[in-house]
Design a protein around this ligand. Sequence first.
Ligand SMILES: *[C@@H]1O[C@H](CO)[C@@H](O)[C@H](O)[C@H]1NC(C)=O
Ligand SMILES: *[C@@H]1O[C@H](CO)[C@@H](O)[C@H](O)[C@H]1NC(C)=O
Ligand SMILES: *[C@@H]1O[C@H](CO)[C@@H](O)[C@H](O)[C@H]1NC(C)=O
Ligand SMILES: *[C@@H]1O[C@H](CO)[C@@H](O)[C@H](O)[C@H]1NC(C)=O
Length: 431
Amino acid sequence: MSKGRVSVVVLGDVGRSPRMQYHSLSLANEGFIVDLIGYSGSELIRELQEHPNVTLRYVPSCPDFQSKFPRLFGYVLKVLWQILSLMTVLFCKRRSDYLLVQNPPAIPTLAVCWIYCVLMRSKYIIDWHNYAYTILALSVGNESILVKFSKWFEGWFGRRANANLCVTKALKMDLEQNHRIIATTLYDRPPDCFHPVPLQTSHNLFKKLSEKYEIFGSSDETKTAFTEIKTDGVISLREDRPGLLVSSTSWTEDEDFNILLSALQLYEEMCQTSACALPPLICVITGKGPLKQYYCELIDNAQWKNVKVVTPWLHPSDYPQLLASADLGVCLHMSSSGLDLPMKVADMFGCGLPVCAHTFKCLNELIQHEKNSYVFSTSDELSSQIQSWFKDFPNNSSQKEICHYFKEELAKYRSLRWHENWKLSTSSLFL
Ligand SMILES: *[C@@H]1O[C@H](CO)[C@@H](O)[C@H](O)[C@H]1NC(C)=O
Ligand SMILES: *[C@@H]1O[C@H](CO)[C@@H](O)[C@H](O)[C@H]1NC(C)=O
Ligand SMILES: *[C@@H]1O[C@H](CO)[C@@H](O)[C@H](O)[C@H]1NC(C)=O
Ligand SMILES: *[C@@H]1O[C@H](CO)[C@@H](O)[C@H](O)[C@H]1NC(C)=O
């Protein structure tokens, strides 16, 4: 007997919404029949694709009205399209007992889902990842009428929900204080594919990457830039390896990439002074986005000798391995509301990789400065964190101790898995 039917709705690329996929999987594994509704694009996690009780229903994606029509008119057309297409998908399937929707996007999703739940007498649950109006404010300014409308819209329809989940304690407090919405905090957890890897895996990854990016390799067949096969066949880290720094970015305006570039510039200048005891650094930056070209030119023009920046294309399964093989991660994410947490840090933590992360209001719910990672606000701070991490690398025993301590903390973080946590937080929602 199934416990009931649940629609999980995200008006975005379902494949790029890990959290809603985990909700779906947990629900299905707890005996619910799940309809997962959203846009197509990226692939889903395999367990979901294969699960007999999960049906994926794609909402037809929106034609590009906004480039063909004046801005506001294009926006109205887009919203109308979304209302009709989402309605069609929701009503052309068997009735759901529950509907769990991701916010943002808020307009028109929250309204459409509410109408569905009223008509079908379903239980309406919102999962708050952030406020849509704060994201909108980034592009149109916080005085815009659209932002004010969005804020009202989220509050009004938010209060119509039977239950609410959210991603941080800070967001829970804000929902309560500013919108009189009571929510339960359910933290994100890294997907299972983000875990530490053995040296063999790192070695193979560097070998593979070196076919396209010479910098990962070595002229010696038994070596990569970081690892080597000893005469007894054992793979070990090279004594003379460079430091490996990774960052992932969407190359957009809301991540100030100049902070990392200035920090690397300082590192380079430090290397040129004598007796610095700093290793050369390889900085791998992954991700696609509009400002990539612009920053790559800046990097090329810098002509650093001790710092090399690579922006490789990575196969999705290589990314977790790269994180697990690196020495230090960098996160430049700035939250639009200060109330959500960067998923990429959770992923890095899953791989046992400590990070330097740009500070914002609720980051301390994930990162404890100098306990499991570092928090910075300026490029000078970031640079000195990188320098102290790599001082006398890889021979610095006090540094090794710090690293070991951080990694133990991250192992504790990793030991709490999504599903157990999910069951605790949602036990009263799906009855
Ligand atoms: C799918 O749902 C049916 C009941 O509707 C249940 O008997 C079966 O065990 C479920 N399958 C899985 C893999 O959970
Ligand atoms: C709106 O933005 C201005 C400056 O960009 C800022 O000073 C102000 O505090 C913001 N207002 C709100 C309500 O966030
Ligand atoms: C080792 O690392 C610690 C902590 O980063 C640093 O204070 C110290 O100067 C380093 N030792 C050497 C010999 O570089
Ligand atoms: C670290 O120590 C090893 C062995 O003691 C030595 O071969 C290597 O050159 C040292 N590396 C650096 C960067 O000092």
